[in-house]
Write a protein that binds this ligand. Structure first.
Ligand SMILES: Cc1ncc(C[n+]2csc(CCOP(=O)(O)OP(=O)(O)O)c2C)c(N)n1
Ligand SMILES: [Mg+2]
Length: 577
């Protein structure tokens, strides 16, 4: 029997799919995350040299795109089929929406004459995506394709960036291209697309308030990275002699070697927490400058950390975030980097003598707080216990970390080990965590997307065994696509956070929290990566070193204690839970 696949190689040219591919190229898109669909688009894109980074599940593809955008400060494109595949993009787009990351989802839709007829895999995609995207549209006319692509890029990258979805009917993609009435040639492939500066009077007021304050503090959130404002923020804090703390998402804004760096405070206030002895810098502040900070639950220790009587100055691109939980006396609506650069000029011209006079005491107090924490955790960092303590893993990783490295963590405890124990080496160093929604399993694909965006240094990823179970299949993708990530798996045999929280809150746990023994290192090897299992803490460092040197990705499975609790206030004795 003759094969039904009789057509010669892909020969179509100048279709609507080609117009889309060319528009992406114009916007600087060099990679997209996909799994062959919409086929016409992928064929056209590969034909003109845009690289498809494939995924095994759309979930993972969306997280790869998210991290790619976070690392490259360019919008990232993920593609998927209509129906079930589109539905799997909802979770990653929701994360991107929460953390203001421009992910552009190009999703196939059924043929234009098949809507509402129970066509195969038809769904009301617009309604489905609307709650997790900034902008959702379907393009129905060949003449309007470039208009819609540009609108998608502008929506994703301007103002408060965020995810968008553009639906592409399958039949439209095959139509011949028609010239658009107006030529479009400007590239929009970066974010923030525009950098509006805050009101000059408000900025002057902010600088004056900080200069005159007794105990001022700056707390930056993830918006600092979205705006690439780390250097501007560090320079401003330095010029004003104001200490700077970050949230989990803001980690990396200032090097920990800087004398005014407080590090992550709010989510590290429990036993052994790095923020414990530095907490008064926030809780007793008289003037607080919030920068790109959503004042969310984790970033405020459930809104218990911030002082009631302080004066709040709030800088954000989204006016709605300003004053959301803490009434702002000074509203600074603008791009963080551009506004902080302008504020730096004001700071240099201002009388900051009182701050300069106070600086010595401030840095002495910071250094005392840091030393006290270090001596408290030293036994854990050097622990020779087996099963192994996660803190020991973090100490070994921290000893090897360089300023070119990127660290990605999964949700659950992995995020907290990373934000509490790893030191920031340089301004703007990235510690990526899926902390918009803290969905499990998103770390490993995020590390892959981060690696595709930036191959400098080593890309480390810390995951728990529960979360990792969501995405084992992507190890094959990493091996096939040559994406090198050093993944450190904390195998504690349990859904740790889940089990511990249930025990703490209810005095018991459900039957779902214990796993049977899994040889993850063997799974990694079977999928084409290096896989090693570590049971002796003395072997962690050489395993990481070898993995960093290998040209292939590695899974280092560390057999860990199931009784290690990260340093959140939830685990403080007598905490109200
Ligand atoms: C997608 C998703 N499902 C469920 C949860 C709820 N949850 C939070 S932490 C956790 C346990 C995580 O276990 P593991 O990945 O092994 O990490 P560990 O806490 O043991 O280090 C669960 C089930 C979640 N955050 N996201
Ligand atoms: Mg676990």
């Amino acid at each position: 029997m003759n094969s039904p696949l009789t057509k010669a190689g892909f020969s179509k040219q100048e279709t609507v799919a080609h117009v889309i591919a060319n528009a992406l190229k114009k916007h600087g898109i060099t990679h997209f995350f996909g799994q062959s669909l919409p086929s016409m688009f992928v064929l056209a894109a590969e034909q003109i040299g845009i690289k498809q980074v494939s995924y095994r599940t759309e979930n993972a593809g969306g997280y790869m795109a998210d991290a790619y955008a976070r690392m490259s400060n360019t919008p990232a494109v993920v593609t998927a089929q209509n129906g079930p595949a589109a539905a799997l993009l909802v979770a990653p787009l929701a994360e991107a929406q929460k953390v203001s990351i421009p992910v552009i989802a190009l999703v196939q839709d059924v043929n234009r004459d098949q809507h509402d007829k129970n066509a195969f895999q038809d769904l009301n995609h617009i309604a489905m995506f609307e709650s997790v995207c900034k902008w959702v549209r379907r393009v129905d006319l060949a003449t309007r394709v470039e208009d819609y692509i540009d609108q998608a890029f502008v929506a994703a990258t301007s103002g408060r960036p965020g995810p968008v979805a553009l639906l592409l009917p399958a039949d439209l993609l095959q139509e011949p291209a028609v010239p658009a009435p107006f030529k479009r040639s400007v590239s929009l492939g970066r974010f923030p697309l525009d950098r509006p500066v805050a009101n000059p009077d408000a900025m002057a007021q902010a600088v004056a308030l900080l200069a005159a304050a007794q105990r001022p503090v700056i707390v930056s959130g993830g918006g600092v990275h979205v705006s690439q404002a780390s250097q501007a923020l560090t320079d401003f804090a330095d010029a004003m002699s104001v200490p700077l703390a970050t949230t989990n998402m803001g980690k990396g804004a200032m090097p920990d070697t800087h004398e005014l760096a407080l590090g992550v405070i709010a989510n590290c206030l429990g036993p052994n927490g790095s923020g414990r002895y530095l907490k008064p810098f926030i809780s007793e502040a008289d003037v607080v400058l919030l920068v790109g900070n959503r004042t969310n639950q984790n970033g405020t220790d459930s809104w218990a950390l911030y002082p009631k009587n302080a004066t709040y100055i709030h800088l954000d691109i989204d006016p709605q975030e300003i004053g959301r939980n803490y009434e702002a006396q000074v509203r600074l609506v603008g791009d963080a980097k551009a506004s902080l650069e302008a504020m730096l000029h004001l700071a240099r011209a201002a009388d900051t003598s009182a701050r300069k006079a106070a600086r010595k005491d401030v840095i002495a107090a910071i250094s005392r707080g840091r030393d006290r924490h270090q001596s408290e955790v030293a036994p854990l960092l050097q622990s020779i216990d087996t099963p192994i303590r996660p803190e020991r893993i973090m100490a070994e990783l921290d000893a090897l970390l360089t300023e070119d490295d990127t660290v990605v963590a999964d949700a659950s405890y992995s995020t907290l080990w990373v934000t509490n124990y790893l030191k920031v080496r340089k301004c703007g160093q990235r510690f990526l965590t899926p902390r918009g929604l803290a969905g499990l399993g998103w770390g490993m694909p995020m590390a892959m997307g981060a690696r595709v965006a930036n191959e400098r240094g080593t890309t480390y990823c810390l995951v728990g065994d529960g979360g990792f179970g969501h995405v084992w299949s992507e190890m094959e993708t990493a091996a096939r696509m040559g994406i090198k990530v050093v993944t450190i798996l904390i195998n504690n045999g349990i859904l740790g956070y889940q089990k511990h929280a249930e025990c703490l809150k209810y005095g018991s746990h459900t039957s779902a929290v214990h796993f049977s023994a899994v040889d993850h290192a063997a799974v990694a090897r079977a999928a084409g990566l290096n896989g090693v299992r570590i049971t002796d803490p003395a072997r962690i460092r050489e395993a990481i070193e070898q993995a960093a040197q290998s040209s292939t990705g590695t899974l280092i499975e560390v057999m860990c204690s199931d009784q290690a609790y990260p340093p959140i206030t939830f685990y403080t004795p007598d905490a109200q839970v």
